[in-house]
Write a new protein. Structure first.
Length: 65
């Protein structure tokens, strides 16, 4: 049996994708409010402000030894 060793090849760096404004599509953001999901586009000014002031929970890992 012959062992074949493959050498890893690196893909060439891809050019960044650049879109013109007429190629872009609006992204609809949904969030959970009062127990159900709603699109942010339907929020009033106060609710949009509350959304941007939210803080998100980030769980840290424990180092148990």
């Amino acid at each position: 049996m012959i062992a074949v060793q493959e050498t890893p090849t690196l893909a060439p760096l891809a050019a960044p994708i650049v879109l013109r404004d007429d190629e872009r599509q609006r992204c609809e953001v949904w969030t959970r409010v009062m127990g159900y999901h709603r699109p942010m586009a339907s929020f009033n000014t106060g609710k949009k402000g509350e959304f941007h002031e939210r803080t998100y929970f980030s769980e840290q890992r424990c180092n148990l030894k």
